[in-house]
Design a protein around this ligand. Structure first.
Ligand code: PDD
Length: 279
């Protein structure tokens, strides 16, 4: 396994950053995860656009151009002979000589990348669907920034894992914001695909955006608004989207079945459409 660290391709076991790195000390950094299918990065322009937006929102200048970052991603896929999986990339405000909260001067941002293997298309949970639990959304109020401050999601997804569930849906003011690492959707009884509108309450998911566009192209009805768990439990179908799982059915919420507790036809259709789009 080869990783990328600040200009060099090195074995993963030798890939290191300083303990003074602000990503480590303050979670002062941004990340992106892009899927790889048959050696090709999926919807990467969308991920890189979001990266640019995220770093802009925290006044962090990328150490490389977007074009160069894409080249590095592709080079890493090649060096690791990666066929199916993900490229993780992270940029932090770098390592200063101490621990000042305010931005340091003349410090070069840290840029790292590594890959992981996963057969997203044939993942077993794509067939069976996943169970989710609900947890209060304990995060800060700029969730539109893809920051590496993920402690609330770590705790949410650990609670899900402990309950034998695959994802945690986070709840705020009685409405679902999003999953620990995914965007949430339902299909209402009158066949409207509903997903929460973008804003500072959620991350603008790249897969969410693509699925909404692909659905609209096919004249499927889409509504971008918040929904409650009660509405999801009364829905025809529920599903989640993310770069690391594409589209996956949600078959139960807090132990209660969604419809008949099996992945529904619309979810399966949207998944197929997304896989086609990705190929
Ligand atoms: N997570 N919402 C949150 C909070 C996320 O962390 C993610 C992605 C998404 C889906 O976004 P996208 O479709 O662009 O992947 C929504 C990544 C995969 C992760 O943290 O591993």
């Amino acid at each position: 396994q080869i990783a990328y660290v600040n200009g060099s391709f090195v074995p993963l076991s030798e890939a290191k950053v300083s303990i003074l790195d602000r990503g480590f000390l303050f979670a002062d950094g941004i990340y992106e995860v892009a899927a790889v299918l048959d050696g090709k990065l999926i919807d990467n322009a969308s991920h890189l656009a979001r990266l640019e937006r995220s770093v802009g929102e925290i006044q962090l200048a990328l150490p490389e151009t977007i074009a160069r970052i894409q080249e590095i991603q592709q080079e890493l896929v090649k060096r690791n002979n990666l066929v199916n999986g993900m490229v993780y990339l992270e940029v932090t405000r770098g390592a200063d000589t101490g621990r000042d909260f305010a931005f340091p001067k003349d410090v070069k941002p840290t840029l790292i990348m590594f890959t992981s293997t996963k057969d997203i298309v044939n993942a077993p949970s794509a067939k069976t669907g996943i169970n989710v639990i609900t947890v209060p959304d304990l995060r800060w109020t700029r969730r539109d920034i893809k920051s590496v401050a993920l402690l609330a999601q770590v705790l949410a997804k650990q609670a899900a894992a402990a309950a034998g569930a695959g994802e945690a849906w986070m709840i705020e003011d009685g409405k679902v914001t999003e999953g620990g690492s995914s965007s949430c959707f339902i299909l209402t009884q009158d066949d409207v695909i509903v997903t929460r509108q973008n804003g500072s309450e959620i991350l603008p998911g790249c897969t969410r955006k693509a699925v909404v566009a692909l659905a609209e192209e096919r004249q499927l009805r889409v509504e971008e608004r918040a929904f409650s768990v009660e509405e999801a439990l009364a829905a025809k179908e529920a599903f989640i989207t993310s770069a690391s799982l594409f589209v996956q059915a949600v078959v139960s919420i807090d132990g209660k079945k969604v419809a008949d507790g099996k992945p529904g036809p619309m979810t399966n259709r949207l998944r197929e459409i997304y896989v086609e789009f990705a190929k």
